[in-house]
Design a protein around this ligand. Structure first.
Ligand code: IVH
Length: 700
């Protein structure tokens, strides 16, 4: 796990300290109100740490509005008093710090804590929800911890926080309000449609939405409970029950009352005995982070037993029986210094952000995806903007939004290309993703190199530099031309001797026998990659059937919807001359083992018509299989694509992510979060060797 490695600033004098207190206060105010802070979380934490260090050395100079020792950095106040203080949490960043903390708790209570509750630290806002006789009557933010703001107007917009509990009890539910990634996307779509600026991240969106009154629209948020406590009107026996239950049982009770808890997520709270087990669980949750549908910024570890909690007590800012094990920040602010426009193999013109290099979660980020031109317009991005960049796990970094109030006025508009940056032709801007009018012919070198690649036609000896030679010599204008290349033509090229020529010709000849799925993929049909090409080929079995499919028939293929189907049909029509040439050269146009649909391809199948290409028999029939980590033994030489092909030949479905629907995870060396997730969900695991045994009949 990565830890916070960057050191905190050191103040040279009192003036620097005063400035730091001012900066931190402003940042905290923005953080808790839904505005965008000029400091990302990591920088804020370091600044407060440095402020605390200065104050420890110069206690006489401590400013009254210093954020240290205060809930929410002292940034927010409210007028609804809390019946019990709403505290914050102290942080640790390393296993060593955690172990030291557990020892300090043991010293304080004079015994070891033997039951810990480990749960995700949800990245949203703390809220207190008051229920009277089972009815939700009031919502209050954390505020400064002693009093918060009334946000009852948000009742009814927060999933997981029911208007009525399953029992007529009087109590307060505490937990976190957040936006899931989907809710965040939805909120920004709705907000920008109403002329608002998009929120920078889900946390910000939740903060802004929670506090907003009288908006023309409402967008949903989600609540997860992490505490239950009595209110002054709670019956004595019920209050006794709430204050003596172990934490795990308390949250189970919350769930029974109808309130959402992390229990039904991939990271449910668990009760564990020893520090080692706790640390292992921390690692597990950290590994799952990138795949969760909501943001977490750490793991909270709490003494589970009420007696331990009471014995440890609380400080003014945080309880002494709980700690936040913080995870490295996945968001940083950096500068957008440029935008590059790259043309892909199908002619798509994609913008890419060039950033001032920034370290996020252990790697240096210099580029981020910008999706398409309308995305730039929607976010009102400008060159020179400070932008919030997000990167988690192996996800491609993305820009969330500009930090508008950090603008200096020197920012420049981003120029969109007027002609194709690759070939100078006109641009087809009729769809969200712009495309060179020459389509796949624009970047012929890219499309041919892709076609010859190992997972498509697998033509050894046809690397990018050889493709450049062929294109420059005017010998190939599309992939079909590869199959009519003559020995003399190849010998006429520079650095092409007899042996390389014969080898290349043999490789081209061998490529003619590739399955239809690979030929289709090599054609570079827009909207289809490797797995989609395999699905199409297995569904239709022959190129003839594919080509006679209309949009309706195309939609029968899993994953092809109303938008994609007509694009694929049109692309195939456009590719007709190339396909004809391939057929004439003797390139295989059928998918081994697949049978064509029994219904005529233009008629959608009747609802009870199960006859499909999927009805094959194989060792993985009906199974969804995920491959992760390095393959060894008989599978060592297989690319991920080849593994997926193998799974599908064996009757299974390949997938890249683990979910409840996964039947088997093949986990090789170095498998990380996917294996962890399979273990958490109780999904069957196989080593590469075990898997090779399972499909041995198909391994040649
Ligand atoms: S327990 C007295 N549990 O993190 C215990 N807090 O940085 C206080 N948070 O103010 C809270 N997930 O807003 C707890 N599972 C969790 C949490 C959690 C997120 C938030 C909460 C708290 C903040 C402290």
């Amino acid at each position: 796990m990565a830890h916070m490695t960057t050191s905190a600033p050191v103040f040279v004098d009192a003036a620097a300290y005063v400035q730091a207190v001012e900066d931190a206060s402003k940042a905290a105010a923005a953080y808790y109100s839904g505005g965008t802070s000029a400091l990302d979380d990591d920088s804020y934490d370091r600044l407060v740490w440095a402020i605390a260090a200065f104050e420890a050395e110069h206690p006489e100079q401590v400013l009254p509005d210093s954020p240290t020792g205060k809930v929410a950095g002292g940034a927010v106040q409210g007028d609804v008093p809390h019946t019990a203080a709403m505290l914050s949490l102290d942080n640790v960043f390393t296993p060593e710090e955690f172990t030291t903390w557990t020892a300090s708790v043991a010293r304080r209570i004079d015994r070891e804590v033997t039951r810990w509750n480990v749960q995700p630290k949800l990245d949203g806002l703390a809220i207190a929800a008051r229920y009277t006789d089972g009815h939700l009557t009031r919502l209050v933010t954390r505020g400064d911890g002693t009093a918060g703001e009334d946000v009852s107007h948000a009742i009814g917009t927060i999933e997981g926080l029911p208007g009525r509990l399953t029992e007529p009890v009087t109590l307060e539910v505490r937990g976190e309000v957040l936006m899931t990634n989907d809710q965040f996307e939805h909120a920004n779509t709705v907000r920008t449609a109403h002329g608002g600026a998009p929120f920078a991240n889900p946390r910000n969106a939740a903060a802004g939405t929670l506090r907003a009154k009288d908006r023309a629209y409402t967008v949903p948020m989600t609540f997860f409970a992490y505490g239950l406590l009595p209110l002054p009107d709670t019956a004595a026996d019920a209050a006794e029950h709430l204050t003596t239950l172990p934490h795990g049982d308390l949250l189970r009770y919350a769930a029974d009352l109808g309130v959402r808890t992390p229990a039904d997520t991939q990271v449910p709270g668990v009760t564990l005995d020893g520090v080692e087990d706790v640390l292992a669980r921390v690692e597990e949750i950290a590994a799952l982070r990138a795949e969760l549908p909501f943001g977490i910024d750490g793991i909270v570890v709490k003494a589970d037993l009420a007696a331990d909690q009471q014995a440890a007590g609380s400080g003014s800012r945080a309880p002494r029986w709980a700690i936040a094990f913080k995870l490295p920040a996945v968001e940083k602010i950096t500068k957008l210094v440029g935008v590059e426009w790259n043309v892909g193999r199908t002619g798509i013109i994609a913008p890419r952000a060039v950033l001032e290099p920034v370290d996020i979660d252990g790697s240096t980020v210099t580029y981020a995806t910008l999706h398409n031109p309308s995305d730039i317009t929607r976010r009102d991005l400008r060159l020179g903007d400070q932008v919030m960049v997000y990167k988690a796990g192996d996800i491609i970094p993305r820009i969330e939004a500009p930090v508008a109030h950090l603008r200096t006025g020197d920012e420049q508009p981003i120029a969109f290309p007027e002609v194709c940056p690759q070939c100078g032709s006109a641009i087809d801007a009729s769809e969200q993703r712009w495309r060179c009018e020459r389509g796949r012919d624009c970047h012929l070198v890219a499309s041919l190199s892709y076609a010859a690649g190992r997972d498509q036609l697998d033509i050894e000896g046809l690397g990018a530099s050889r493709v450049v030679q062929l294109v420059e010599a005017g010998l190939v204008a599309d992939i079909a031309d590869l199959f009519t290349l003559t020995r003399d033509q190849l010998l006429g090229l520079e650095r092409m001797g007899e042996t390389s020529t014969d080898n290349l010709l043999a490789a081209i000849e061998a490529a003619k026998t590739q399955p239809l799925s690979r030929v289709l993929c090599a054609l570079g049909v827009r909207g289809t990659g490797r797995s989609m090409s395999r699905r199409i080929a297995r569904h239709f079995a022959t190129m003839d059937h594919i080509r006679s499919a209309d949009a309706n028939a195309m939609q029968q293929v899993e994953g092809i919807g109303t938008e994609k189907a007509p694009v694929i049909v049109a692309e195939l029509a456009e590719l007709a001359p190339v396909i004809e040439k391939l057929i004439a050269s003797g390139v295989n146009m059928s998918e081994p083992g697949a049978t064509p649909p029994t219904t005529p391809p233009t008629t959608p199948p009747a609802p009870d018509d199960e006859a499909d290409t999927d009805e094959q028999t194989g060792p993985l029939d009906g199974m969804t299989v995920v491959v992760t980590g390095a393959m060894t033994g008989p599978l060592e030489q297989l690319t991920r694509n080849e593994m997926n092909e193998l799974i599908e030949r064996a009757g299974g479905k390949s997938s890249s992510s683990v979910s409840k629907r996964t039947s088997l995870v093949v986990a090789g060396e170095g498998a990380g979060s996917k294996r962890t997730k399979a273990e958490t969900l109780g999904i069957r695991l196989a080593t590469p060797d075990e898997f090779a045994d399972l499909v041995s009949a198909l391994l040649t």
